[in-house]
Design a protein around this ligand. Structure first.
Ligand SMILES: Nc1ncnc2c1ncn2[C@@H]1O[C@H](COP(=O)(O)OP(=O)(O)OP(=O)(O)O)[C@@H](O)[C@H]1O
Ligand SMILES: [Mg+2]
Length: 489
């Protein structure tokens, strides 16, 4: 067992730590013994840090007269398409017993895979045993035990072989491009998608039996790879293609031909790029809006320091609070883990706005309680700006008017979510409104609720204090994120 190769490969391709590598080395030492005992091929694979594929870092082969592997596969890439069990075990930490795989040498084998874990119980690699398939027909019945793989290929083979003519109906129906060459790399079969593709790439009229490299020169590099099975992404004539190559052999191990399966990823990659660009641009815009709001706030503060009539002070403060509540929305979006998500959690937003106001020295005598019926209400940034302003005005009102002099009390904010609408209640147990008329603050609230949220607003005196109630409908821009089952749903 080559321990140096294992270590070098782990350092080159993986993120594994020294102690992880040590665990793998210990496991690798036992491989030859078990290979001999079981008569199976044994391997250790690790996930590569960049490509999402796995790499073989250790192997042990039983001494049998007819070796399934002609060469060492240490350092070779393990593609998910060909060895799904390995990737399944890496991802889920579960074992994957006796399922089909295609080896690096293009052979069909039966694989069993168990994850190898470190002291922290993290999956650091997989231990694989492989046996060549004997008498495989009918074994698809066990497929239910193996959730991660395709099954029934023998049955499909029989079914297709027994049809009236051996017309390859399945490949004809597929969107993917299927091309088969003979041993001399001449095209002997192309499904309709393949024929269309070749005509698109090449002017040649007659394509049958033409050398595949004449028709599709971009396959040169792929053919130069000696691997029996290989997958690569290539860019050609403004297209992005994923090309799978599988060499096909006869029972006597003679090369019969090569199968190419080509998938056009152009649209997918373009969409990915667009999305990425869009989210970068949106994030940049949010940054600028936030920075501009901060500049406006700084200018106002500067003006306040320059001196002004005492009665203007509260107007400046009101305006500063309004600006602050809008910029809170942008701060929350920018703190979102997913840059492209435009969701704002209203309860979190209210906490952010409310806590800074109450923390303000002047308002220490007031308690602010913010509650919900357990579910999150998420809105677009546009709606969140309206809610931020509404919450700001109503909490400000309670702070400013409800508790004059030394009076102390509580402001309670509640969010309720229902099937079709959401409710926001802001109550205080202060002196009440005593028939005061709406001024700018309550006008703003009323307009935002009616015009922006398409909702209803009521503001009234209650037994002790005031009660503001807002209801607004759910929509694609206002959604409930259910955290628990509740009778309200
Ligand atoms: N929670 C409350 N408790 C007692 N009185 C209130 C409360 N909320 C509002 N009021 C009364 O209603 C009036 C109108 O409120 P509104 O928010 O429209 O204007 P404002 O707070 O005076 O000024 P601004 O336009 O800066 O908000 C207030 O002046 C106040 O007298
Ligand atoms: Mg007000």
């Amino acid at each position: 067992m080559n321990e140096t190769a294992l270590e070098q490969l782990c350092r080159l391709y993986t993120d594994l730590t020294d102690s992880d590598i040590q665990v793998l080395k210990e496991t690798a030492k036992t491989l030859p013994l078990y290979a001999e005992l079981s008569g199976h091929y044994m391997f250790i694979d690790c996930m590569m840090k960049s490509s999402g594929q796995a790499v073989v870092v250790a192997e042990a082969l039983p001494r049998t007269p007819e070796a399934a592997y002609k060469e060492s596969v240490v350092g070779k890439i393990v593609f998910e398409t060909f060895e799904p069990g390995v990737h399944y075990s890496h991802r889920t930490g579960k074992k994957s017993i006796r399922h089909r795989a295609i080896t690096q040498e293009g052979k069909m084998v039966e694989q069993s895979v168990v994850p190898i874990r470190n002291d922290q119980h993290e999956v650091i690699g997989t231990l694989i045993t492989e046996a060549e398939i004997a008498g495989a027909a009918g074994s698809f019945a066990k497929a239910a035990e193996r959730p991660n793989i395709s099954f029934g290929s023998e049955a499909l083979g029989h079914l297709l072989a027994d049809t009236v003519d051996d017309y390859p109906i399945v490949t004809d129906l597929l969107m993917e491009i299927f091309l088969v060459t003979d041993a001399d790399q001449r095209l002997v079969y192309a499904n309709p998608a393949g024929v269309r593709f070749i005509h698109e790439m090449n002017e040649a009229e007659d394509i049958q039996n033409k050398p595949i490299l004449t028709l599709l020169p971009f396959l040169t590099e792929l053919l130069e790879h000696q691997e029996e099975v290989f997958i690569s992404e290539v860019s050609v004539a403004s297209k992005t293609l994923e090309v799978k190559k599988v060499k096909m052999h006869s029972k006597t191990n003679e090369l019969k031909g090569i199968l190419f399966i080509i998938q056009d990823l152009t649209e997918l990659r373009t969409k990915e790029k667009e999305l990425l660009m869009k989210s970068v641009v949106i994030k940049e815009i949010h940054h600028r809006v936030k920075n501009n709001l901060q500049t406006v706030a700084s200018l106002l503060r500067l003006q306040m320091r320059k001196g002004f009539p005492a009665e203007s002070r509260s107007h400046f403060e009101d305006t500063l609070n309004r600006i602050f509540s809008i910029s809170s929305v942008y701060e929350m979006i920018l703190a979102n883990e997913h840059a492209d998500e435009d969701d704002v959690d209203l309860i979190e937003l209210t906490r952010k706005i409310g806590s800074t106001m109450v923390l303000n020295d002047l308002n220490q005598k007031v308690d602010l309680i913010i509650e919900s019926n357990g579910n999150k209400i998420l809105t677009s940034s546009r709606k969140a700006v309206s809610i931020a302003l509404i919450v700001n005005e109503l909490i400000q009102n309670s702070l400013k008017h409800a508790f004059p002099g030394e009076l102390s009390g509580t402001i309670q904010v509640d969010f309720f979510s229902h099937k079709k609408f959401a409710e926001l209640h802001i109550r205080d147990n202060g002196v009440g409104m005593a028939g005061a008329a709406f001024s700018l603050g309550l006008e703003i609230v009323h307009n935002l609720v009616v015009n922006d949220l398409a909702g209803e607003f009521s503001y009234k005196n209650v037994e002790s204090g005031t009660h503001a109630a807002i209801t607004f409908p759910l929509s694609p821009e206002v959604v409930i994120h259910y955290e628990k089952t509740d009778s309200d749903r």
